[in-house]
Design a protein around this ligand. Sequence first.
Ligand code: IMP
Length: 180
Amino acid sequence: MRDPAIGEILVQADELNHRIDQLGTEIARDYAGREPVLLVGVLKGALFFLSDLMRRLDVPCEVDFMAVASYGSATQSSGVVRILKDLDAVIEDRHVLVVEDIVDSGLTLQYLVRNLRARGPASLEVCALLTKPARRQVELEPRYVGFEIPDRFVIGYGLDHQERYRNLPYVAVLQSSART
Ligand code: IMP
């Protein structure tokens, strides 16, 4: 797609594929004997990551979704989170794996983890495709991480800027001239 807002590609499609293969193998091994694992996809950014990861999991699994909105500016989260769509499933005594697109400040995930932990799951872990360690405001490291990236605003493979660019098959930097 030709668009001046699309900058440097940080993670190519084949790198995504390869890393998600590895994550799938690792997660399936870790959850063997603790099935079925309930994958909780965080909408909308985790859309492609969740569907690609789930197809690589060679263990019984189920899927559910949450949608959250973080109050704040377009590119800065505030830590105050509103649940737009809650889970259909009851997660008490379930093995839950939250699948996130990106951990930036960590505030959204911190809220989500606290909220889900209060429901009494048997286990609760997080798998994030991307993480920006330089931006972290809270101590929180996902159990599984796809790629560590620098402090840049990225788009593609589910990640958006004002709802666009989710369909890019790679992860690219959003050109600063396109940021509002
Ligand atoms: P946090 O609360 O600051 O960790 O922000 C997490 C949420 O902000 C993610 O789930 C994304 O929806 C969004 N976000 C953070 N960084 C980026 C980015 O570089 N591109 C697109 N969305 C982002």
